[in-house]
Design a protein around this ligand. Sequence first.
Ligand SMILES: Cc1cc2nc3c(=O)[nH]c(=O)nc-3n(C[C@H](O)[C@H](O)[C@H](O)COP(=O)(O)OP(=O)(O)OC[C@H]3O[C@@H](n4cnc5c(N)ncnc54)[C@H](O)[C@@H]3O)c2cc1C
Length: 229
Amino acid sequence: MIPENTVRVLDHGFVRLDDAMASDLSVVNAARVSFARRKDEMDESDEGLIRFLMRDRHGTPFEHNSFRFHIRSPIFVAREWMRHRVGSFNEFSMRYAKATDDFYVPEADDVRSQVGKPGAYSFEQVSPELAEQTREELRAVYDHAYETYERLVEAGVARELARSVMPVGAYTEFFWTINARSLMNFVSLRAAETAQREIRRYAEACETFLAEKMPVTHAAFVAAGRTAP
Ligand SMILES: Cc1cc2nc3c(=O)[nH]c(=O)nc-3n(C[C@H](O)[C@H](O)[C@H](O)COP(=O)(O)OP(=O)(O)OC[C@H]3O[C@@H](n4cnc5c(N)ncnc54)[C@H](O)[C@@H]3O)c2cc1C
């Protein structure tokens, strides 16, 4: 069963909205406080105001809200994610808890080649044979790594050291709390064609929650070419 407010991503991952304090009205009221005015309900002029703020890149009224996500992703996705400094993170610790034996094995369609120069790569699906070989080789490495990890821990080696054998395809979990302005910056960069396919799927999942909680803001973001204000 899929828990509420959860989007499944990749083979063992998810994005779950743990909680949110987020509405389009918060943007409007943050902007209107400049004129000592406040609204209890959105109307058409407020929607226009949000579009204006987005278009003219008045970003701060989009900061008075909060999304708290619980995410499960491969370590290499989390590594890219945590480059986004404006937001708060807490992550699962392989010092304190045993590592998971869930590892990312891409679907055959997602096994791709990489051609061209940095910044202008193109990705093409490989042959079915190479896709299957890749998946098998990944599984073999994961099995060997996890067996070694368990053997070392069993023999008395500290988890904080034994984890060195874990590949970046292993899954991790973290909490991420962020405001809409920074979330739009993340989505703008990571749901883009230029981002790695795996993190793109996570960014798309996060974007569904932005659209659900702040539909006018999200529509204005899309209309403004998906550039964060
Ligand atoms: C396709 C792609 C490829 C990438 N490749 C690499 C790579 O090869 N190597 C690498 O190291 N990183 C790489 N990155 C990460 C990238 O450099 C950023 O660290 C990451 O995208 C976070 O973006 P950000 O700084 O806008 O977000 P945040 O860190 O969340 O910052 C949000 C905004 O706050 C402001 N801000 C935050 N910190 C500062 C600061 N110190 N000074 C001034 N303004 C600040 C900026 O306006 C920034 O846009 C890549 C990112 C993408 C999307």
